[in-house]
Design a protein. Structure first.
Length: 130
């Protein structure tokens, strides 16, 4: 039996701001944006070329979820965007105003730089070694 992590929920303060960043600044594809009524939407985005894993954009509801915005990994890098061309994607992201917290660096596992989304979540842009 094959299993796969298909969707990961990302809590944000606003659907449209998240779509603008992930699809506009990062170039993700918008797979679904369905009105569920009562102000709720089913919003799914994924990086270009991705096949199985995508993000479900979930608008925070209430104080507990509001508190999770930007801190879903407890202050650690919680999301990892793999690329097959680090220089290309890093330059494109900088051009679109994505904020990187460091200069690119080489590690045994690949070339990496940490960036943040507009909501405070830390991401690695990572081209794996080899």
């Amino acid at each position: 039996m094959k299993q796969v992590i298909a969707r990961i929920a990302l809590v944000v303060p606003d659907y449209d701001a998240a779509i603008a960043f992930y699809c506009g600044s990062l170039g993700f594809d918008l797979l679904d944006d369905t009105d569920m009524g009562d102000g709720k939407r089913w919003v799914v985005v994924r990086p270009k070329g991705a096949v199985e894993t995508a993000l479900v954009i979930a608008k925070a509801e209430g104080a507990r979820q509001d508190a999770a915005i930007g801190n879903q990994a407890g202050g650690r890098v919680g999301f990892f965007l793999f690329t097959d061309d680090f220089a290309r994607d890093h330059a494109a992201m900088l051009e679109k105003g994505v904020v990187f917290l460091e200069e690119p660096r080489r590690e045994p596992y690949g070339t990496v730089a940490v960036f943040v989304d507009p909501f405070g979540n830390s991401w690695d842009l990572l081209q794996p070694a080899g």
